[in-house]
Design a protein around this ligand. Structure first.
Ligand code: GDP
Length: 300
């Protein structure tokens, strides 16, 4: 909880300062306050659709029973955010026999390779066996970068050369993971292709390769998103949700933004839960995402 609080400190400060400036804490909330609150929510990247919905609910409440003061407004806002985040939560379908295959997808520069490395270290620290597959054969340094991460966390890596066929690397990795009874296979994929249909074709081919060797694979497809890219990042993310069966989001660089409201926009507009948050550049800077801790950290 403390690490989450620290990670969203910039968002919390921005929110509490602006909420403080739109409502006098001791006065009843009126229509003007809600208009101002709308701007505050938009500024924190909660997104126009989601903000509109929240403000509508608060307005209904204000008309029906009134909102007595700023503290009550904050707690109603918390409940709204929780409702949206909880509505997309779902249990993860872990396979009954290993390996569990996790595909990492997302645009270059969002922190996909770093996150792949951090996740490997996280699962290792939980005592699970991990194998990495470097299938980002598009970006020049991605394979070497993942090798460094593999070395740091003491996990094995299966790779192909740059420009090689990612599905070939994945085939080798699935075969190795099965032979070694590795518990978790994490696959780093290319973040950029020439067109959306190229992207779709490649991710689809990889999915079919994994599925052929390991029933139900990939069990999770995690889309890596950069919190600092806001609504623009949301647009790019849609491309991936259309190209792959994304099951959850890893939101990186939450430490570097005052607009952590993007978590709520992701839930409401992509219909996907944030499962992990990246909160720095180091190996241990990844947190399993807890909606309750997040909302409490934002608005306490
Ligand atoms: P990729 O192209 O998506 O594989 O991106 P990289 O993994 O190479 O990461 C791009 C940059 O973002 C690197 O400088 C990382 O150190 C940095 N980065 C990744 N995740 C985080 C995070 O959670 N917080 C911060 N502050 N930086 C991050």
């Amino acid at each position: 909880f403390d690490r989450m609080k620290q990670a969203v400190s910039r968002t919390r400060e921005a929110l509490s300062e602006s909420i403080g400036s739109v409502v006098a804490l001791t006065r009843e909330i009126d229509e003007n306050n809600l208009d101002d609150l709308e701007l505050v929510l938009l500024a924190s990247d909660i997104g126009s659709v989601t903000t509109g919905e929240i403000i509508t609910h608060l307005r209904e409440r204000a008309l029906r029973q009134g909102i007595n003061d700023g503290a009550e407004l904050k707690s109603l806002l918390k409940a709204e955010l929780r409702r949206i985040l909880d509505s997309v939560a779902h249990p993860i379908a872990h396979p009954s026999t290993p390996p569990e295959v996790i595909m990492m997808v997302g645009v270059n520069g969002t922190g996909k390779t770093t996150t792949t490395g951090k996740l490997a270290a996280l699962y290792r620290s939980q005592g699970r066996s991990v194998l990495l597959c470097a299938a980002d054969t598009f970006r020049a340094a991605a394979i070497e970068q993942l090798e460094v991460w593999a070395g740091r966390s003491g996990v094995q890596l299966i790779k192909t050369r740059q420009g090689g066929d990612p599905s070939a690397a994945l085939f080798d990795a699935c075969t190795a993971a099965k032979a070694r009874a590795t518990e978790i296979l994490i696959v780093d994929t290319a973040g950029r292709l020439h067109t959306k249909s190229d992207l779709m074709k490649e991710l689809d081919k990889m999915r079919r390769t994994a599925e052929k060797l390991i029933p139900g694979a990939p069990h999770q497809t995690l889309l890596v998103m950069d919190a600092t890219t806001g609504q623009n990042g949301l647009q790019q993310a849609r491309l991936f949700t259309e190209a792959a069966r994304v099951t959850g989001i890893v939101l990186t660089k939450l430490d570097g933004t005052a607009k952590g409201g993007i978590v709520v926009a992701i839930a409401r507009e992509l219909g996907l839960p944030v499962l992990y948050a990246g909160v720095g550049e180091k190996m241990e800077d990844i947190l399993p995402f807890d909606p309750a801790a997040f909302v409490d950290s934002l608005l306490d």
